[in-house]
Write a protein that binds this ligand. Sequence first.
Ligand SMILES: [Zn+2]
Length: 268
Amino acid sequence: MAPTFFQHRLADPQWLRLAATALALGILLAGEAPWPRRAARRRQRWAANIALLMFSALLLALLPVASLGVAAWAQAHGLGLLSAWRPPRGAEIALSVVALDLAMYWNHRLMHGPDWLWRLHRVHHSDVEFDATTALRFHPFELLAALLWKWAAIVLLGASPLAVLVYESIAGVYALFVHANLHLPARLDRALRPLFVTPDLHRVHHSTAFDEGNCNFGTIFSCWDRCFRSHRAQPRQPHAAMPIGLDHFRDAEAQRLRAMLVQPWRAP
Ligand SMILES: [Zn+2]
C-alpha cells in the first residue's frame, strides 16, 4: 500500500531536519527569556529575521537538487576521498562532520573577503542584536553561494548522504545555539571553548568593531579559528554592552525584509 502523505513526509529526512531546527529554535528562544546575556529587542527583529528565512527557503526550494542528492550522485560515481578509502560507517560520518565544518569555516571567511561577497554576508551582520533568530537571517544569494561551496566539498570528500544528513542536522541546530542570547554558566562556557564554538565566542564575531568581526568564523568547532589565526577569546567591551551590527545599517528601515533583500546593492 502506498504511504499516506504524512507517512511520506515523516520518512523524508530533510523534513525531519527542518522539524528539528524549528524545535531547537523554540527551545533556545524559550531559554533566552530567563537567561539572557543582553537586554535584547525582540518582536520586530524576530518577524523580519523569520520572514527573510521563509523567503530564502521558498526560493531555494525551487532548486532541482539538494545536498543529499549531490552526495548520492557523488557516491554513485565513486567520487571523493572517502569513496576511495571506504572507512567504517561511524568513522566516515565523524570525518565528514569535521571536514564539512572546516569547509564552511573557509566559506564564512571568504564571505568576509571580496566586496561582492561581503555585501551578501553583511545582511546577516546587520542585525543590531544577537539571538537565535540572527541565525536565520541570510540573504538568499548568500545561502545559494554557501550551498554551491558545500556541494563542492561533499563531492571532493565523497561524503555519503547519511553523513551529509547528520552534518546538516548538527550544523543547523548548532548555528542556532551559537547565535543564542544565552548566558551560559561560566564553567560550561570554559569547558566547551577548547573544542566547540560558544555563544560568547560567536558574539565577538558580530561586534561592530572591524577587527573583532574578522575573528571567530567557526560554526561548530573552535579549533579552525585557532589553527588559522582568527581566534579571539573576548570582545574589548563587556558582552552585555558591546555594540552589535553594522554602523551603516542601524535604523528601523534597514531592518525590514525589503531593505534586507536589496541591501547588497546599497551603499556603502
Ligand atoms: Zn560573518
